[in-house]
Ligand binder design. Structure first.
Ligand SMILES: Cc1ncc(COP(=O)(O)O)c(C=O)c1O
Length: 374
């Protein structure tokens, strides 16, 4: 038995090796490494798949967020409401651009940004809401869009962890990243659709924003050596696009396998005392980028993690420190739910390649630990 991994990138490569190798070799033979035809082909394929007018490839998911906020041209100091229980990229980008992240609470069982908290955080300086579709499912976009319309705010969806999940509630429906003004995603290797390095993309239904985003990602130029706006070098590599094109036809299969893994965890762990299985937002489908438990206490989380580690089972804490308590982005706000989650969450291995025997071992080890440590 090979070792258990959080995500098994090698096994995935072996599964699709012939298609991936063929695509990569074709790029090397053609030599069109920058903006080769595979980039536009991937953009078209994603646009079709997710029913969005424009997809713009870029260098990574963090740049996608930076480009999104550059395109919106918000006044300096504008407030952007975003959850504190999240990855650092959004906070970092907002601060770099002279904008102010306003950190708010998440729902304690779905981990998604809390609607009431967004409402309470709106001030005359608020210009945007940036929900993060964390761990594989979407925040309540219907209500978020309604709030945004009422207050004339932009919505930028960070869908780095949830590309492919679908919102369907009260007449509002759409894929992650396609409901707000701009959606951003990441093709970081461990993402549900991952490349072999860095990669990202931006989604929008708005033609004018799309045209600006395309320029921003390529040094502010539409025509070579004619720089109309200050941009970035944030292009998606042709090689990465070619790898993504080989994997994209299998993405639905990946999502189904992840759901099957989550279902097995749910069935086996739902009645265990002292841990809670993750809950679904009824308004969204789930692509299970992460499978995250909530332990009864910080002590239990730490001891369970150590026990799993001693049995050669990896687990991760997403995220150990909330954004409002990070040195770089610190804010004096009281977010007890977020603090509590950071102390008690534990993510288990989940990926399409996770073998059933490995999952059985993970489940058995958790059950065994919970029983013996009563
Ligand atoms: C929620 C979220 N946003 C943004 C990013 C940034 O993506 P990248 O690593 O491609 O810059 C990540 C990556 O982990 C993420 O999880």
């Amino acid at each position: 038995m090979t070792g258990i991994k959080m995500v098994d990138l090698q096994a995935q490569y072996v599964r699709y090796q012939s298609d991936i190798d063929e695509n990569v070799l074709a790029v090397m033979r053609d030599g069109a490494f920058i903006y080769g035809p595979q980039v536009a082909e991937l953009e078209r394929a994603l646009a079709l798949r997710y029913n969005v007018r424009h997809v713009i490839g870029c260098a990574n998911g963090t740049d996608a967020l930076q480009l999104a906020f550059m395109a919106l041209e918000l006044p300096q100091g504008s407030e952007v409401i975003t959850p504190s229980f999240s990855y650092a990229a959004l906070a970092e980008v907002l601060l770099l651009l002279g904008l102010k992240p306003v950190f708010v609470e998440v729902n304690p069982v779905t981990f998604l940004v809390d609607l009431g908290a967004i409402k309470n955080a709106i001030t005359p300086n608020t210009r945007a809401i940036a929900p993060v579709h964390l761990f594989g499912q979407m925040a309540s976009m219907g209500a978020i869009m309604e709030l945004a319309h009422q207050h004339n705010l932009f919505v930028v969806e960070d869908t780095a962890q949830s590309m492919g999940s679908q919102y369907c509630f009260n007449g509002e429906h759409g894929f992650a990243g396609t409901i707000g003004h701009i959606g951003t995603t990441s093709f970081f290797p461990s993402k549900n659709l991952g490349c072999f390095g860095d990669g990202g993309a931006i989604f929008t239904q708005d033609d004018a924003l799309a045209s600006k985003l395309r320029m921003l990602a390529n040094h502010g130029q539409k025509v070579k050596y004619q720089h109309d706006i200050v941009g970035l070098n944030s292009r998606l590599d042709t090689l990465q696009a070619s790898i993504l094109l080989a994997k994209l036809p299998h993405l639905f299969e990946f999502e189904q396998s992840r759901n099957a893994v989550a279902k097995r965890y749910n069935l086996a762990l739902k009645n265990c005392s002292r841990i809670a299985i993750p809950e679904k937002n009824a308004e969204s489908s789930h692509v299970y980028h992460q499978y995250t438990l909530i332990c009864e206490s910080h002590a239990l989380r730490e001891s369970l993690k150590a026990y799993l580690g001693n049995n050669e089972i990896p687990s991760m804490v997403y995220y150990p420190i909330p954004l409002h308590k990070q040195k770089a982005y610190a804010q004096h706000v009281d977010l007890p739910i977020t603090d509590d989650l950071c102390n008690r969450v534990l993510s288990l291995p989940i990926c399409p390649e996770l073998q059933e025997s490995h999952q059985d071992k993970i489940i058995k080890t958790i059950q065994e630990y919970l029983e013996q440590s009563q």
